[in-house]
Design a binder for this molecule. Structure first.
Ligand SMILES: C[S@@+](CC[C@H](N)C(=O)[O-])C[C@H]1O[C@@H](n2cnc3c(N)ncnc32)[C@H](O)[C@@H]1O
Length: 431
């Protein structure tokens, strides 16, 4: 039997131990625990393993709430108390700053914490017909596998959506194309939930009746997607309109297509936006850039506070929606939206957008290294960087601090994805 004493937690939520000088990354094990484990991947310098038995348990260990935990790939940290999860993520962020950039934030911001369960407003569920598992499956992928988990509930989805999972299986099984419907995407705003059915073949009139009845019975909006994300179109109710969410602190409403990028956790997003505005210290009349602006989640609050905002985003359809949202909220005269690939931005292109007093940066996982490398003497005096990947944040922070004369004033995490190892964070740079 292999036995290990767990020293720490890695960025994927695995317990880390050293046995005979070799690092062992053990799923399901927590710092301070002694576990027996089985390795499923052996390399000369490390092994990946899963815990078989917990021989000495951490005081922070809790019983996973979800019956599918351990099989379903959706969550990896349900066995750790949510407060300890936030502390572990804070450590991942600080470690990334230190190991990648040799930086320590001058101050640590209090973590932004929201509900631990039922928070996930967007999800892509895979649909597959597997006769030997009882027919149609609807759910997340199993851990490290392309199989779909057999699941009848999900504790991180909003409860009414979780309750729909068995209904969705029956619904798909009753259609004429159960094996030509690979995915159901869901988006829950402050409006009725939108379910987008990806269909590879046309529906029959009978299928359409079944879908309409389903939407009416459950009070959801059904969309159909025949091609790429922008082909998604509202099917029923025909006058249902688009989903929308509100940021009440800033009196703004954002309408979106259910396939658009929106922040997954609305409670945490509201606090995150408020914190970003506070850290930027927005004053009326300032010129502020919102880089990777999406639909305008930060742009509209910035404009509401009186700033003149340039929002830059790579997706033309998202910018079209962002412009509509600016009009909807009566803020179009303070916002200038542009479509640009920020992974290829040059100092000249950046200068052509104007000089900014301040900047908000909220990139995808890849980060924003070309953008920060493009800064010259006229770069903004204050930057708030919102990140979903501590490694690229730290890499970009190294450029800002070691090459561009900024100070890393503060940083902290937002527990945007409780029960998972994903780390969302926010950092303030000044020069
Ligand atoms: C983390 S999201 C943030 C969106 C928005 N700030 C929000 O809070 O909803 C990152 C955004 O970057 C955009 N994006 C991805 N790659 C890009 C690129 N190379 N250039 C510009 N924008 C890009 C995505 O379309 C997405 O809207």
């Amino acid at each position: 039997m292999n036995i290990a004493d767990i020293e720490s937690l890695d960025h994927e939520g695995r317990g880390v131990a050293h046995v005979s000088g070799k690092a062992i990354f053990i799923e399901g094990a927590l710092p301070g625990e002694r576990v027996s484990y089985t390795a499923f991947r052996r390399k000369p310098t490390f092994e990946n393993a899963h815990a078989d038995a917990i021989l000495k348990a951490s005081s922070q260990r809790v019983a996973p709430r979800c019956p599918h935990f351990g099989v379903c790939g959706g969550c990896s940290m349900q066995h750790l108390d949510p407060r300890a999860q936030a502390a572990a993520k804070q450590r991942v962020l600080e470690d990334a700053f230190w190991h990648i950039a040799r930086l320590r934030p001058e101050s640590i911001l209090p973590p932004i914490i929201g509900p631990s369960w039922g928070y996930r407003r967007r999800a892509r569920l895979t649909v597959r017909k597997v006769e030997k598992k009882g027919g149609v499956l609807v759910g997340f992928h199993e851990k490290r596998s392309s199989y779909v988990a057999v699941m009848d509930s999900c504790a991180i989805l909003p409860p009414p959506i979780s309750a729909l999972l068995p209904e969705l299986k029956r619904l798909v099984a009753s259609l004429s194309i159960p094996d030509r419907l690979p995915q159901i995407e869901l988006a829950v705003g402050d409006t009725p939930a939108a379910l987008v059915f990806r269909i590879l073949e046309p529906l029959t009139p009978a299928d359409e009746d079944v879908l309409r009845a389903f939407a009416d019975r459950h009070g959801v909006h059904v969309w159909l997607q025949t091609g790429g994300p922008d082909s998604a179109a509202l099917f029923h109710p025909a006058d249902g309109g688009w989903p929308a969410y509100r940021l009440p602190d800033f009196d703004v409403t954002l309408r979106f297509r259910p396939t658009d990028f929106t922040q997954v956790n609305h409670d945490v997003n509201r606090v995150l936006v408020r914190r970003a505005m506070g850290l930027l210290g927005v004053r009326p009349g300032e010129k502020i850039a919102d880089m990777f602006c999406g639909l305008g989640n930060f742009t509209l609050p910035l404009a509401r506070l009186g700033a003149h905002v340039v929002g830059v985003e790579g997706s033309a359809p998202l910018i079209a929606r962002a412009k509509e949202n600016a009009v909807l909220n009566g803020l179009a005269d303070r916002i200038d939206y542009r479509v640009a690939n920020l992974f290829e931005v040059t100092p000249e292109a950046l200068a052509a957008w104007g000089r900014f007093d301040k900047m908000l940066i909220d990139p995808p996982r890849e980060g924003a290294v070309e953008l920060v490398k493009s800064f010259d003497e006229g770069a903004p005096s204050r930057i708030v960087y919102v990140s979903c990947n501590p490694a690229t944040l730290a890499r970009d922070a190294a450029v800002l601090v070691h090459e561009k004369n900024y100070r890393l004033r503060a940083a902290g995490i937002a527990n945007m994805f409780p029960q998972t190892s994903h780390v969302e964070s926010i950092a303030l740079f000044e020069r």
